[in-house]
Ligand binder design. Structure first.
Ligand code: PAF
Length: 270
């Protein structure tokens, strides 16, 4: 049975999967890994909240999918113990005035294209941590920058919470699962696997120059006529700053538009 109310103080180990709903296979994997971390005696909590603070003006906040009934059934089937689905009014006071900013890690990549996004993410994640008091929380590696920033926030603000990274879950053709994939037209969906093809081609070429790695990825993406590149970059996985030479800790990240839909993905280069 899924508890719907705000969490009470808890004696059991609690593992949180924070989400914005529209749950899919990648969330099922997060919940599965959360169960392993919680153990038989622990509990798995899922939060579903489409967080207005992390959507920049003019983006898809209004049209973001909110299949409430299907999400609830999904959680029930997945054996979730606690489902937390607050309203915007419950989460944010009208005169809110304190936020969490991530500064240096948030000014690159996604942060450059989506100003204010990580301020919204950090603020809501911190609030979820305070409300639900999890012992551990799981984040997918697809949102690589988000994961790095949440880890940094936990370190810098002394949250006593283990952050667990879960590898990206992909469809058979390599496209990373995302709630936004459902926006793609049939033609865009056909071309979207080019992202993972580009990442793999670039990673497998064995190049040491970051510029060469980026050039390979750009060339592969360029073969998909509907793809419009936002960024393709090689950065250090810890500080997210660009690198010139590929090292053990390098990661290749990209964001690409198909029509109005912006997809992100990444691959480790080590
Ligand atoms: O990755 C997401 O779904 C969201 O950014 C998160 C972590 C649930 C915060 O709103």
């Amino acid at each position: 049975m899924i508890a719907q109310a705000q969490a009470q103080p808890h004696a059991k180990k609690r593992v949180l999967v924070p989400t914005m709903g529209a749950l899919h296979k990648a969330h099922a994997e997060l919940i599965h890994v959360a169960r392993e971390h919680a153990g038989h005696d622990g509990e798995v909590a899922v939060s579903i909240f489409v967080n207005p603070l992390q959507f920049e003006p003019g983006s898809d906040y209004e049209r973001y999918p909110r299949p409430e009934k299907a999400d609830e059934e999904f959680c029930q089937k997945a054996g979730v113990d606690l489902l937390f689905r607050p309203s915007v009014a419950e989460m944010y006071a009208g005169d809110r005035s304190v936020f969490i900013d991530a500064s240096s890690l948030a000014n690159t990549l996604e942060g450059r294209s989506r100003p204010g996004h990580f301020r919204g993410v950090c603020t809501v994640v911190a609030k979820l941590f305070n409300i639900l008091s999890p012992d551990a929380a799981l984040f997918g590696e697809k949102d690589f920058q988000q994961l790095a920033i949440v880890r940094r926030m936990v370190r810098d603000l002394n949250f006593k919470i283990d952050i667990v990274a879960v590898p990206t879950v992909r469809e058979e053709d390599g496209l990373a699962y995302s709630s936004r994939n459902q926006y793609l037209t049939v033609q865009e969906r056909k071309q979207a696997p080019v992202l993972y093809q580009a990442l793999r081609a670039a990673a497998n070429a064995g190049k040491k120059s970051a510029a060469d790695v980026v050039a390979i990825a750009r060339k592969v993406i360029g073969e998909a006529p509907l793809a419009r590149i936002d960024y393709v970059e090689v950065v250090d996985a810890e500080n997210l700053q660009p690198v010139e030479r590929v090292g053990l800790n390098s990661v290749l990240l990209l964001a690409v538009f198909f029509g109005k839909t912006r997809l992100i993905d990444n691959i480790r280069l080590s």
